[in-house]
Each structure stands twice: as structure tokens, then as C-alpha cells.
Design a protein around this ligand. Structure first.
Ligand code: HGY
Ligand code: MN
Ligand code: MN
Length: 410
């Protein structure tokens, strides 16, 4: 009996569990993520797929019987997670791709046309701060120098970490050959919302991705003793930051459709009996219209300066990563929706490697129903039956694309 999505996910259910946060912490190039990568490679090789790791650390598992990898249909997702993330964000797409290969083989639909399953590194940007770092490097959306210099919380650079993982940091960068051989890319992903629950459907095709970015706000004041410093004598960046977090919430509420989140604060030095000298806060801002996103960001920048000044502090705000709003190719979107029994078409507020690839390759996404609608948290869920539906829908989509000629894929 061939593998099921639920069965394969069960095999990795204990990898990278985070007992402190709940859920999973599988940061890129952590031991947990490496364990998942090795697990994926074993399953790909068991399916007779030829595995290679590209210059940016993405894994490619090839069905290329004739040897050529040109004009390939590609599917896949990511294995890295946010801290305390769910079991499905990323792994569902990778596992559904493995099962879809099984289904295509059973249907006799794995022919001469090359097909690849890919795993992109650092989709979440949880360790090095830039979302979709692997696909950004491949497409030239980030400079190799900037990527090499990115650091994690321990100050280790991306260059050091990839070198320790066996890659040559000097080879990080655009991979026109890899991009050039991709005729189409389809990513399956858990829906990060309740759209399919409300529609009572298991599968949707993606229409768009909200524009989104992340900025680092740094507020500096005067570090001092919590007991000997009178309240009137303080320049406390933690107070300015707390006021700013509430102001960001109020600002976002004033722009319909906007979302702004501060999910991460790092006080320096971070002692219980110490007035911080500095606080770094990361702001995630999203909106369907990139112009509005920019307006919100500039209003946040202004609020940070004002509130910091009121607390005798100073604030800076630096963009770390930005992805403009993505509208997936309408032709591909509609042909897949038709192929999948008139599947509903839904937008998403979550970013994906597919959103980065979209300007370089005809790209589509399939969403699988998430009964809780929760994501980036342990509550994320996909019922087993829907998970299998997802693999079946991906197999149908891939079969459709494999049959299309190069000129009619969009
Ligand atoms: O942050 C996001 O939207 C995605 O999950 N990386
Ligand atoms: Mn995610
Ligand atoms: Mn994801």
C-alpha cells in the first residue's frame, strides 16, 4: 500500500517539537530541519527520484527519465517553521508532493516530461529575518552579499551557517539555470484561515497573496537600575515600545484590510531588575494595496519617533523584507480550478515561495481546508481525509500541467 499524507506526516510528528512554546520549532539549518531534509531525501530516493541540493540550499528531487530537466513541472514547499509553529505549514506541501508522485505513477502519468519536487530553505525567515530567503536568492530578489551578512539571534551569519551545512557561501545567488528549466510551479499549502471551512470545500486555488513586509524598530534610552532610578529620571525604551505596540494596533485599525503585528520584542540587556537601554521590536505590516502598506509603515515610523521622544528616547525603523501583493496568473488559476471540479478561488494573507517565483515561472497554489483556521501556532490542523484530497488535487493539477504544451500553460 502506498504512503498516505497522514502517514508520512506521522513519521515526522516528533521532529522539532517545542515543549516550551508548544507546536514545532524547525528553524532553517537547525538539527530538526536537517533531520526533516534527510527524511525527505530518503523518501524521494525511495521513489526513484534523483536528488540534488542547489547553490542556495534548495533540495530538488527529479523524475527525469530522459535525462533532460528542461520544461519541467515543479511542485514543493518548505520544511522550516516559525517558532512554535503548526505541523502543516510547509510540510503538508512537501508530503503531498511525494504522495502525488505515487499517484501519478499509479495512473501511468509519469512519462518522459521532467517533474521535480522541491524544498525551499528559510521560507519563514524565522532565523535570518528575511522571508522566502531561498527563493529570493534563486530569483535575484535579494543580493548574495546581503544574504551572506544576515545574522541569527546568536550573531552567526547566513554565510557561516550554510558553509557549516556544506554549501559554498560564495555560490549563493541567482540561479537562472534552475529557473529557466521550470515550466510551471504548483505549491500545496494548508489554508491559513477559515475560507474553505465557510465554503464547506476541501480544496481551493489561490488568487493572490497580500503584500507584506517586516521592519525592525529600535528604540534606545538609558539603561539603569530598577530600584535606584526615580520614575522622573528615566528614559525607558520599554515604555516607549509598549506605547508604540498599542499605537500600531490603533493605526492598522484605521486602514480597512490592513494588518500590523508586533510578535517579537528583544530588550537589551533584558534583566528583571534593569531598565533596558534598548528595545528592538519587529513589525509585520500587510495590506492588499502596497500603497496603503507604505502609508501605514510611514505612520508607524512617525509614531515611533514621537513616542520615543516623549519618553526621552530615540527610535529608528529599518525595512528587513518586503513582498509586494501577488496576483497569480489568471489563466493557470482558472484552468486548475476547472481541473479540480470548479474549486473555489481564494486569496491569502500569508506569504509563500510561490509568491516569489510568480514573476519568473507560471505559478499556482492549492489550499487545503484547515478546520481551525489557525496557523503559525499549534492549533493549525488538516483532517486526514482533506490531506489526502490535497495530494489527489495536486496529482490532478500536475497531470494537467504535464500534458499541456509549453505555450499553453498560462
Ligand atoms: O509570514 C508568512 O506570511 C508566511 O507564513 N511565511
Ligand atoms: Mn508560515
Ligand atoms: Mn508556509
Amino acid at each position: 500500500m502506498s504512503d498516505t499524507v497522514a502517514g508520512l506526516l506521522a513519521e515526522i510528528a516528533d521532529v522539532g517539537r517545542d515543549p516550551q512554546r508548544g507546536g514545532y520549532s524547525r528553524l532553517v539549518h537547525s538539527s530538526a530541519e536537517h533531520e526533516l531534509r534527510e527524511w525527505f531525501v530518503a523518501h524521494a530516493e525511495r521513489r526513484g527520484l534523483e536528488v540534488e541540493v542547489d547553490r542556495n540550499g534548495a533540495i530538488w528531487a527529479w523524475h527525469a527519465p530522459g535525462g533532460s530537466r528542461d520544461d519541467a513541472v515543479v511542485t514543493g514547499s518548505h520544511l522550516d517553521s516559525v517558532p512554535g509553529g503548526g505541523a502543516y505549514d510547509g510540510p503538508l506541501g512537501v508530503v503531498a508532493a511525494l504522495v502525488a508522485v505515487d499517484l501519478l505513477r499509479e495512473r501511468g502519468a509519469l512519462g518522459e516530461r521532467p517533474l521535480a519536487v522541491t524544498v525551499f530553505p528559510e521560507e519563514e525567515g524565522s532565523r535570518f529575518g528575511v522571508a522566502c530567503l531561498g527563493s529570493r536568492l534563486m530569483t535575484g530578489a535579494i543580493s548574495p552579499d546581503r544574504a551572506r551578512a544576515l545574522t541569527d539571534v546568536d550573531g552567526r551569519t547566513f554565510a557561516e551557517v550554510v558553509a557549516a551545512g556544506g554549501l559554498d557561501p560564495e555560490r549563493l545567488g541567482p540561479d537562472r539555470e534552475a529557473l529557466g528549466r521550470m515550466a510551471a510551479f504548483v505549491e500545496v499549502h494548508v489554508e491559513q484561515g477559515r475560507g474553505l471551512v465557510d465554503l464547506d470545500r476541501p480544496i481551493a486555488v489561490a488568487s493572490s497573496i497580500l503584500g507584506h513586509g517586516r521592519w525592525r524598530v529600535s528604540i534606545t534610552g538609558e539603561g539603569n537600575h530598577a530600584g535606584t532610578t526615580l520614575m522622573a529620571d528615566r528614559r525607558d525604551p520599554m515604555v516607549a515600545t509598549g506605547r508604540l505596540v498599542a499605537a500600531i494596533r490603533d493605526l492598522a485599525r484605521r486602514h480597512p484590510g490592513a494588518r500590523a503585528t508586533v510578535g517579537r520584542l528583544v530588550p537589551t540587556p533584558g534583566g528583571t531588575n534593569v531598565i533596558a537601554s534598548r528595545v528592538d521590536a519587529w513589525v509585520d505590516v500587510r495590506h492588499p494595496d502596497d500603497v496603503v502598506t507604505n502609508v501605514v509603515v510611514e505612520q508607524i515610523r512617525e509614531a515611533a519617533s514621537l513616542l520615543a521622544a516623549e519618553e526621552g528616547c530615540a527610535a529608528t525603523m529599518v525595512e528587513e523584507s518586503f513582498s509586494p501583493t501577488v496576483d497569480f496568473d489568471a489563466g493557470l488559476r482558472d484552468s486548475l480550478a476547472a481541473t479540480l471540479g470548479d474549486a473555489p478561488v481564494l486569496g491569502t494573507g500569508a506569504g509563500h515561495d510561490a509568491g516569489i517565483l510568480k514573476d519568473h515561472v507560471p505559478t499556482a497554489m492549492l489550499f487545503v481546508r484547515n478546520p481551525t483556521g489557525v496557523s503559525h501556532a499549534p492549533g493549525e490542523h488538516v483532517d486526514d481525509a482533506d490531506a489526502e484530497e490535497g495530494a489527489g488535487a495536486l496529482a490532478d493539477a500536475l497531470e494537467h500541467l504535464l500534458q499541456l504544451g509549453a505555450d499553453s500553460r498560462t
